[in-house]
Design a protein. Structure first.
Length: 205
């Protein structure tokens, strides 16, 4: 299989971490696109939305969207499932994935508005509008912190990747002081070998 990727993407990281957690990363050839320009020229060939991640299966089928790819990967191993079968636990972890992916999306929009425009086109209220979503979502997870404990499933994995990306784009938000239980959980999650192996070096941004 081939995975089209860029190292900073929280959605790509979900796939890369999960592949390592379930022990099938050696079946995936990661194609790291070197620049936004390369992404813009390459990705529409695989995904009409032009987005990473996209996974090309050995029979040539293309899957895109981290949610679809991760659920596919979960069918490729016999260990504990990241997408539990129909149960309260399934809906809980899918909902947490949706919340975490929403954090990633809000951070992407905020950083595009703040860092990728000429100064005269930066509209701070639009940035704040997105960062408020991030703050509310992190506080919501802090308030229900138990959901992160137990086996790593797709929800907690998505939270870890979304927070890693938040820290990369907005290192001075200070969410850790306001959400100490979540901060402690994130620190311990980052010790997992799969998180370490996919940590994006800030100096390379
Ligand atoms: N819902 C998608 C989101 C993917 C996404 O937003 N990817 C970003 C990178 S982090 C992207 O490719 N952006 C390029 C673009 O929007 O043209 C997923 O989970 O895979």
């Amino acid at each position: 299989m081939k995975l089209y990727a860029r190292p900073a993407s929280p959605f790509v990281r979900k796939v890369r971490v999960m592949a390592r957690e379930i022990g099938i990363d050696n079946q995936i050839d990661e194609i790291m696109l070197k620049s936004p320009d390369e992404m813009m020229s390459e990705m529409p060939k695989h995904n009409p939305l032009g987005k990473i991640p996209a996974l090309i299966l050995d029979d040539g089928t293309t899957l895109y969207d981290s949610r679809v790819i991760c659920e596919y990967l979960d069918t490729r191993h016999d260990g504990p499932k990241f997408f539990p079968a129909d149960s309260a636990e399934r809906w809980q972890t899918l909902l947490l994935q949706a919340l975490a992916d929403g954090i990633g999306e809000a951070v992407i929009i905020a950083s595009m508005n703040k860092f990728m425009r000429p100064d005269e086109f930066i509209y701070e209220p639009a940035v704040d509008f997105q960062l408020e979503k991030v703050e509310r979502s992190l506080a919501d997870i802090e308030n229900g912190i138990e959901i992160l404990h137990g086996a790593l499933t797709i929800g907690p994995l998505s939270v870890a990747c979304a927070i890693g990306y938040t820290n990369f784009r907005f290192p001075d938000l200070g969410w850790q002081e306001r959400n100490p239980k979540l901060s402690a959980w994130f620190e311990s999650c980052c010790e997992r070998p799969a998180m370490q192996a996919t940590h994006f070096d800030m100096s390379a941004k």
